[in-house]
Design a protein around this ligand. Structure first.
Ligand SMILES: [Zn+2]
Length: 269
């Protein structure tokens, strides 16, 4: 069983349509289900976003997910209108399986006081919070809000809440590793790592990335309940992301945990 824990379905986004085209991806509902079948993916976790450029509201996402029960929707918070009430309704009805916070893209970090209410909701309904960590897709993002280390305080103060560091904090991979090692409630996904068109630097980048992730896993000492597979489709190709994980040299049992079992437990998928 393979679960891709990080995909985007903002099919109206011009930016994502261009990225998809560059990656030779058919960015549509049918394109997604076809790619799932081609790559043996049983479920995907799709993310809402209120970030301009790749916006898709919670309600729109829920509608898309209602077309196929293999799509698990994770909501987000509107940085302006603070859609807390409707978010709570969706979590209560299990229409949303988690909340993604786009630290780095918003004008505030994960410690912004109003987010406390979001964390309380996630604790109450037993769903994970996913944070963007590390490099941002657009240069308008602010890295100071996307540092993995900022999330340590939240992980410590909300022990019952599961937290996912998206993109493993790349390039602050060892900072993310320390958070995973220290905090029993923190995981990381491997999404958005295998990016870019093939250039002469690509093989060198992939090698250094592989070495960093291997080093991080060795430091954490286990993958169980710690690391989950995500592609970041259509920012990255699903096949290339799977190829990367299979090149990490982890044993079969560990690979099964990373590819599906850890995410199944996390999202109740
Ligand atoms: Zn993403």
């Amino acid at each position: 069983m393979i679960i891709d824990s990080h995909v985007h379905v903002c099919f109206n986004s011009k930016l994502f349509r261009k990225i998809a085209k560059d990656n030779d991806i058919e960015f549509s509902f049918d394109g997604l289900t076809k790619e799932m079948e081609d790559n043996g993916i049983s479920k995907v976790v799709a993310l809402a976003s209120y970030i301009s450029g790749f916006e898709i509201t919670n309600e729109h996402l829920i509608k898309i997910a209602s077309r196929d029960d293999r799509i698990f929707p994770v909501g987000s918070i509107d940085p302006d209108s603070k859609n807390l009430n409707s978010l709570e309704e969706h979590l209560k009805k299990k229409h949303l399986r988690g909340v993604k916070i786009y630290s780095g893209y918003m004008q505030y970090g994960p410690n912004e006081p109003f987010l406390e209410a979001v964390y309380e909701l996630c604790e109450r309904y037993g769903v994970p919070v996913l944070f963007h960590t590390g490099d941002t897709l657009t240069s308008s993002g602010k890295l100071k809000h996307a540092l993995p280390i900022l999330i340590d305080e939240i992980a410590t103060d909300h022990r019952r809440m599961k937290i996912v560091l998206c993109h493993f904090g790349n390039p602050w991979i060892m900072d993310a590793a320390e958070l995973l090692y220290k905090n029993p409630n923190v995981l990381a996904d491997l999404s958005g790592l295998v990016v870019g068109n093939d250039t002469r630097y690509t093989p060198k980048y992939i090698k250094s990335l592989r070495d960093s992730i291997k080093q991080a896993i060795a430091f954490i000492g286990k993958v169980e309940g710690k690391i989950i597979f995500g592609s970041d489709w259509p920012v990255c190709r699903i096949d290339k992301s799977l190829e990367f994980i299979r090149s990490l040299g982890i044993d079969r049992k560990e690979e099964e945990l990373v590819l599906g079992i850890n995410a199944q437990k996390l999202f109740g998928a």
